[in-house]
Structure formats: C-alpha cells, structure tokens
Design a protein around this ligand. Structure first.
Ligand code: CP3
Length: 368
C-alpha cells in the first residue's frame, strides 16, 4: 500500500482477480452469474453487531478503517462477486449542513428538517466534497487496497428525490406527504433543491471513482411513493443528469465505470430507466424477470430481484427460487441480488445458500 504522510493513495491498486460483476454490467459473457446483496455489510452478521456495538453510526461512517473492516466482513464469509463500501446515503445532507442522527429503533433522524422553501437558504450552496466527504474517499481507497483485487468495489449515492424526501420528512415515512407536498405546492423550490443535490452527487461520485470505486449505484429508494407523472418530472431528469455528467467527465480521463440505477418500486418507469445512460437497472421483487427483460429490450443489464424475505425459506426452497429467477433473467447481462436490503434477523447461513445457489445453477445453465 502506497503511504504518504499516513495517507493511503489511490494508485497501484492490486490487480482484479474476479471480473464477473464488471463483465456482467457490460453485458459480456461470464462463467457464472455474479451475485452480491444490498446491505451485505449489516446487522444480520454477528461480527458486524459486535464491531458496531456502542459506536455512533455516523462516527463509524467517518472512520475509513471501520468502513473498510465492515465492507470486508461479508466477503470473509461468502464468495460474493462485488463489495459495496460501508457508508450511508445521508452523508450528503450532512455535507450540505444538515444534522442527521441514527436513533436506535427509529432509524435516521433530522432534528431540524426542511419545512418551507426559505429553509433552502440554510443549506451550503457550494459543497467542497473533498473537504466534507473526504472520509468516504479515504475509506474507498483503503478498502480497494485491502480487497487485494478479490472483487470490484462499488461506490454509491442516494438519488436527489430520495435525499430530498429524507431532508423534508426528517426521517422514515410511510406516506412521504411532507416531501410530496413540496412537489405539488412548491414545484420551483423542489427543482431548486433537486438541482443542488444533483450537483453535489455528481462531484461525490466522481470523487469516489478517483478514490478507487469500480462501479457506482444510485439508490432512488423512494421512487415508489411517486406516480409516473411525478417520476417523470422530479426523479428521472435528475437520474439522467447524474449519469450523463459523471460519464462525460470520466470519458475525458479515459475511464469506464459502470453505473447502476435502483429505483425501488419504480416499475412504472422501467422503460425510461433502461434509456437513462445507466449500464444496469436494479429491480425490486415486484417485477417478473421475463417481463423486465421484455420491457428493457436487452438494452441494459439487470440486477435483482429476489424478495429478501425468501431468505426466511428453507435452503432447498431458496435454491428453487434462485433457479427460477436465473431462468427468467437468463445468465447474460445479469447480476443476481435481492430486491432490497437484507434484514437484521436474517440467517447468515441462508445468505450463503443464496450465493451458492446463484453460482451453481448459473454454471449449470451456462453448460446447457
Ligand atoms: C434509504 C437508505 C439509507 N441508507 C441507504 C439507503 C438506500 C438503500 C435502501 O433503500 O435501503 C444505503 C446504505 N446504507 C448502508 C449501506 C452499506 C453498504 C451495504 O452493505 O449495502 C448502504 C448502501 C449501511 C447501513 N445504514 C444503516 C445500517 C443499519 C444501522 C447500523 O448499522 O447500526 C447500515 C448497515 C442505517 C440506515 N440508513 C438508512 C436507513 C433507512 C437505515 C436503517 C435504520 C435502521 O434499520 O435502524 C438510510
């Protein structure tokens, strides 16, 4: 590892040994279907709970060594084909000047959420991502070295609408009515906020790539509370802008980093998402694999989409569900994953059974 004044530098990274995930992002042939799980670094792992015990969540996010350790934990147990950096989507509102705390049993909480358009003046208009989010970049660089080329490292961000919803709701919500009120009552201010977020997100993703991220996932976790019309106006244009701007910048420096868009419950937007400059569209479990393939017309690779709750099934049943899923998606241009993150009460053994089922069944299907 290159060190300079205690800094680990984003160069001379170890050679990548398993490129199945990156090849699948680009629709290229692979021996097996690559697999990873959203929230693979999480509370379902006893070693994760032990490491996180007594530490503040966002303090942990600010420690590159802790993020590196938590990112690597699941890879010591399971032969996942990709790692995702341990962090959170809410580091961006923090970088813009908002206070966000992780409250046990409640989830992320903003003590002072945005209430009215004039509150936008309280946000940092220009965010220096190296200064405010440099700790994420350091975590990525360190983790890329420590991964030793085992699998590629995925960086990520929340999408503008999802972050806006948190900033106005002040935490989780079932209706998102406070945030949606802005869309109907303050459309101009909404666009202003979405544009501010987009600018920070683009710089943040470019910083992650410069630090060593080999793929990028954009989480539009709250697509489901929008309808097709609101999605067209308040989500899709910004998702497109992010991909276009990040790719234009990367092209200038000759880099090619695949991007994944995951709009949870955004099935109404699937055709549009497949034409929004992302190589991969992530799917939740409400979409049938075959119809997702038809609707995206082979233009993109697909990622997903087993119901996370299927991991409560016995291992033999998990294997059957995985086989059906693989037959539906096909083994080319496909990355197996869950339709959303793992829950804390899931059995690590069943996660192992999921990964093994993907590898075994896909190798078998490829030989046919
Ligand atoms: C909406 C969202 C958040 N964070 C994230 C999203 C988008 C994905 C999605 O739709 O779920 C993204 C995220 N958060 C985390 C990761 C790490 C990488 C991974 O393993 O996937 C990623 C990719 C760690 C985390 N982020 C969080 C945890 C669990 C809390 C802990 O570790 O103490 C982890 C492992 C906390 C968090 N952070 C957030 C929520 C809703 C929660 C859960 C709160 C709770 O259940 O108590 C906001």
């Amino acid at each position: 590892i290159m060190e300079n004044d205690g800094l680990i530098l984003p160069k001379d990274f170890p050679k990548l040994k398993n490129d199945a995930f990156l090849r699948a992002c680009h629709g290229q042939e692979t021996n097996h279907v690559p697999v990873w799980c959203m929230r693979q670094a999480g509370r379902y792992l006893p070693e994760f709970r032990e490491f996180r015990a007594g530490k503040d969540f966002f303090e942990t996010c600010r420690s590159p060594a802790a993020c590196c350790e938590l990112t690597l934990q699941p890879l010591r147990r399971f032969p996942f084909d990709a790692a995702i950096i341990f962090s959170d989507i809410l580091v961006i509102p923090q970088a813009m000047g908002m206070d966000v705390q992780m409250v046990a049993g409640k989830g992320p909480t903003f003590p002072e959420p945005l209430k009215e358009p004039e509150d936008l003046l309280l946000l940092q208009p220009k965010v220096d991502v190296n200064k405010e989010l440099g700790y994420v970049f350091k975590a990525i660089t360190l983790t890329r070295h420590k991964l030793d080329g085992k699998v590629p490292l995925i960086g990520f961000t929340g999408a503008p609408w999802t972050l806006m919803a948190y900033m106005i709701e002040g935490g989780g919500s079932t209706t998102h009515s406070k945030a949606k009120r802005w869309l109907y009552r303050h459309p101009e201010a909404s666009h202003k906020l979405l544009k501010m977020l987009t600018d920070v997100i683009v710089e943040y993703l470019l910083g992650q790539v410069a630090a060593g991220a080999q793929a990028l996932q954009v989480f539009e976790s709250h697509a489901g509370c929008l309808g097709p019309v609101e999605f067209q106006e308040f989500s899709l244009p910004y998702l497109r802008d992010i991909a276009r701007k990040v790719k234009d910048q990367l092209k200038e420096s000759g880099q090619d980093v695949p991007m994944i868009v995951f709009a949870k419950d955004g099935h109404y937007g699937l055709e549009d998402l497949s034409q929004s400059h992302y190589e991969v569209v992530g799917l939740d479990w409400t979409i049938d694999p075959r119809s997702a393939r038809e609707r995206t017309g082979g233009k993109v690779s697909l990622q997903g989409n087993m119901d996370p709750c299927a991991l409560y099934a016995p291992k033999e049943r998990i294997s059957e569900i995985v086989k059906k899923m693989l037959e539906g998606f096909g083994t080319r241009g496909y990355i197996a994953n869950l339709g959303h993150g793992l829950y804390p009460d899931m059995d690590p053994e069943n996660v192992g059974a999921f990964v093994e089922a993907v590898h075994t069944h896909s190798r078998h299907l490829n030989l046919k």
